[in-house]
Write a protein that binds this ligand. Structure first.
Ligand code: SF4
Ligand code: SF4
Ligand SMILES: [Zn+2]
Length: 328
């Protein structure tokens, strides 16, 4: 396999990948979209909500906020020593306490205060709620690693796509210089030179065949190499595209090893696991006490452990004082 970097920005990577079977390329695409973890808010405790939005809408919006992800510090809850109960190795907390100073105030991710400075929204301009003067929102939120096949909010990429590498040829002997292919091609693959059409940007071709149909003298051929691809990886901002590909390959390798181990007599020697970097235990979240209650009389922050059980969640949902809402 040969890999060439065609373009690279902070959030996007465009690669030329040659000598690889389409099945393998597609498997990597699917693993990166659906099984490569990233951080997203999974639990929201609504302590106060005087905004026009339902608690569930606020929880849903918070859940969809892309968060910076640190693969070194956090592990999937299913792989954590706490067995998914929630601890500083598998969970990062946020608080948000905002009171609109004027009508039309827009609460954004800038109002979401992280417990861990490494796990922050990728932008502080993502809207959460538009509020009238004096309205308040007070919430606690907990983010965890997850995978895209459980919920799209955990996808680390907005795009992971590929296309086979096109090959566009013009037979100069047949070309009569009518320019119709130049006008027909919306990807600016051709230009005219010395009264003949020439190919100037082959990789931009989408293989739509419009030029082939347009050329009356059949001077154009469009083909592709089915074992070579242009791959575009666009991160949500959670990680760099390189880190996402590396993590995706790691997940892919583990799946391959699991498969091999299931074959009789083909067990692999287990690979040593890299030592997980332990994060410092975070400070507990403290939310300021409400000073100007309007709708409610008593504000109690539910205990985190209690908030995680399904029965407590259902009970909390029926209460108007404090609500625990799944962000899905
Ligand atoms: S449409 Fe065909 S004949 Fe006309 S310029 Fe293009 S290649 Fe040449
Ligand atoms: S196949 Fe479509 S995109 Fe490609 S060169 Fe022809 S018109 Fe342009
Ligand atoms: Zn844990």
């Amino acid at each position: 396999m040969k890999v060439t970097v065609l373009e690279k920005t902070e959030d996007t990577l465009k690669l030329r990948v040659e000598d690889v079977r389409p099945g393998l390329m597609n498997a990597l695409r699917r693993v990166i979209i659906a099984e490569t973890p990233s951080m997203a808010i999974e639990e929201v405790v609504i302590l106060e909500n005087q905004s026009p939005l339902f608690d569930e809408i606020i929880a849903h919006r918070l859940g969809l906020v892309p968060l910076k992800t640190n693969y070194e510090t956090y592990v999937l809850p299913s792989e954590c020593t706490c067995e998914g109960a929630g601890c500083h190795l598998c969970q990062a907390g946020f608080t948000m306490e905002v009171e609109a100073p004027e009508d039309g105030y827009l609460a954004t991710t800038a109002d979401l205060k992280p417990q861990d400075p490494d796990i922050v929204p990728v932008s502080d301009k993502i809207p959460i709620a538009k509020m009238a003067r004096g309205q308040r929102i007070v919430v606690e939120a907990y983010a965890r690693l997850g995978i895209g096949q459980d919920h799209a909010k955990w996808q680390p990429v907005s795009t992971m796509a590929y296309k086979m590498i096109p090959s566009v040829k013009v037979n100069a002997k047949k070309c009569d210089g009518c320019k119709e292919c130049v006008e027909a091609c919306f990807r600016q693959v051709f230009k005219m030179q010395d009264d003949k059409a020439i190919v100037v940007d082959e990789l931009n071709c989408t293989m739509c065949n419009l030029c082939v149909e347009t050329c009356d003298v059949k001077a154009i051929t469009v083909t592709y190499d089915e074992n070579s691809f242009i791959v575009t990886i666009e991160s949500t901002g959670a990680n760099s595209p390189e880190e996402i590909v590396e993590k995706g390959l790691d997940v892919f390798r583990k799946k391959y090893e699991n498969l091999i181990e299931l074959l009789p007599g083909r067990a692999l020697t287990p690979r040593p696991k890299p030592a997980a970097k332990k994060a410092a235990a975070p400070k507990p979240i403290t939310t300021k006490k409400k000073t100007t209650p309007k709708k409610t009389t008593k504000k109690t922050i539910p205990k985190k452990t209690a908030a995680k059980s399904k029965s407590t969640t259902a009970k909390a949902k029926s209460s108007t004082k404090a609500k625990t809402t799944k962000s899905k």
